[in-house]
Ligand binder design. Structure first.
Ligand code: NI
Length: 179
């Protein structure tokens, strides 16, 4: 296992369309995922996509802990809003409701900044795990946001390009003014 160097906004690897993984069960994919998880946890991120560690393949890891989702939901809704540590290989997202929801995002490739981004609030996603098994889930809230943010990385997009009001692209240290 190793902590990998994270590419920052402006590096060309972040603007590429990443390639599909031919075999999710390949040992080099398992090594990559182990290193991505270690790197994400070390950097205190909620998600990481392979291009962010200079590997242009369609692999993401993320988690949506319960504490980050909205309080006051019933059990079924809460599950929708949270996700355990998840590996998705060759992911695809389907928007279930086009209504947008705004939320603050950060990105390990855009260190020190936060941006207010509107995205579809309810999605379904599918992809493969390291055993080649299909994972299929619906997601809302922070869970829906993080998976869309990570899959955007695979298509060469960073969250500032999803923003339409750049007055809400701010330094983390100023976030208290927007609370
Ligand atoms: Ni990111």
């Amino acid at each position: 296992m190793a902590i990998l160097k994270i590419a920052r906004m402006g590096h060309p690897v972040l603007a590429e369309v990443a390639q599909p993984v031919p075999d999710p069960r390949a040992p080099e994919i398992r090594r990559l995922v182990n290193d991505m998880v270690e790197t994400m946890i070390d950097a205190n991120g909620a998600g990481l996509a392979a291009p962010q560690v200079h590997v242009p393949l369609r692999v993401v890891v993320f988690q949506a802990p319960g504490s980050r989702s909205d309080p006051g939901l019933d059990e079924e809704e809460r599950y929708d809003h949270t996700a355990p540590l998840t590996v998705l290989i060759n992911p695809e997202i389907t928007v279930l409701e086009p209504a947008l929801e705004g939320g603050w995002e950060g990105c390990l490739s855009v260190p020190g900044l936060r941006g207010f981004v509107e995205r579809p609030a309810h999605v379904r996603y599918r992809g493969f795990d390291l055993e080649g098994k299909l994972i299929e889930r619906t997601a809302r809230g922070f869970h829906a946001r993080v998976v869309q943010h990570e899959v955007d990385h695979l298509d060469g997009r960073l969250y500032p390009s999803r923003m339409d009001d750049l007055s809400k692209l701010i330094f983390e240290s100023e976030a208290r003014h927007f609370a």
